[in-house]
Write a protein that binds this ligand. Sequence first.
Ligand SMILES: Cc1cc2nc3c(=O)[nH]c(=O)nc-3n(C[C@H](O)[C@H](O)[C@H](O)COP(=O)(O)O)c2cc1C
Length: 376
Amino acid sequence: MKDKYKDLFSPYTFPNGVTLKNRIVIAPMTHWSSNPDGSVSEVELKYYARRSSGVSAVITACAYVLPNGKAFHGQFAADRDEMIPGLRKVVKTIQEQGAKAILQIHHGGRLCPPELVPNGEIVSASAVPAEKPGMKTPRALTENEIKELVEAFGEATRRAIEAGFDGVEIHGANGYLIHQFFSPHSNRRTDRYGGTLEKRMTLPLEIIDQVKSVVAKYAKSPFIVGYRFSPEEPETPGITMADTIAFVDVLAGKGLDYLHVSLHDFRSTPRVGVKDLTKTRIEYLLETINGRVPLIGVGSIITADDAKEALDTGISLVAIGREMIVDPDWMQKIEEGRENEIATCIYTDQQEELVIPDGLWDQILNRPGWFPVKER
Ligand SMILES: Cc1cc2nc3c(=O)[nH]c(=O)nc-3n(C[C@H](O)[C@H](O)[C@H](O)COP(=O)(O)O)c2cc1C
């Protein structure tokens, strides 16, 4: 390994005492390949096995916590105890490769396709559809249903503990239900869950409290709890960087093991809401957090130099998504001083070689601009 990359390989200990062997984790990525009933499939195990050695932790694809939260065909489930044996296989597959396994827990809210949820009924904070063509208007959850939702995140956490996961990541990002409660676009409520910036934080904070209380009750050894968020959204009204700074200030005091900002590019700058639009979002977040909780950064980290540049900003861990699909040996190549051999595109004949499940492969080929795909 070149000396300049040695920091990427330094261990990291979370506030709860769990140590990761290095600073690179796999970002959560849906793979559209679990069984239709939400149980874990053999192909997804092979996909995880191929890319879990080298990195220090794998944050899994998001798993739905309630049947009406399923947002993807082939999404896996953490909504009932029958799923635990399959979840256990995911844990074993990842841990056998020497990485920690973190289950991302999720509810899709108004972004769920009607055909995937009971009676086609989509739910959200308020009856406001997402601003995309063809999106259905969701039904606003009642206060009782919100209570059940909070409990469902706790139950999914209990299942993760029983399955042997090292932690959970609460998916509060990318426009899904928790994000919908924080967003002034999708949350127009006037009860204790909406109306002001502080009230829009209520649901995410209740979920964090519930998850932490389940961990305190069931986990026999230190268990990681992380929270993922998106710093801004393009809609008006929408989450601004100023909203996120206020939120992160509160999150940093919640005793979480990490915060994980969801970004397409880790160097990106805020759209609106702060004075200096040239400072990066990561810089704003680190300044707000001020050392109170570890931050994971992500987004378009392709080369070893990108990863070093990201870590040098002061974040604790670097998450890598698409690049780990493009080159499952990314970490080993840097470790062996072969970083110039890292692949930066996928050839259309590489599905089998890269162990990519059919559902994910379809997405890679059919969503232009998402992955760097080339024909030989
Ligand atoms: C195929 C794919 C699936 C994804 N699924 C999830 C997901 O389940 N949960 C999540 O929080 N983010 C998801 N993301 C976002 C990634 O975690 C990551 O933030 C994003 O891809 C940017 O990082 P990258 O440039 O390293 O890919 C997904 C991204 C991709 C490419």
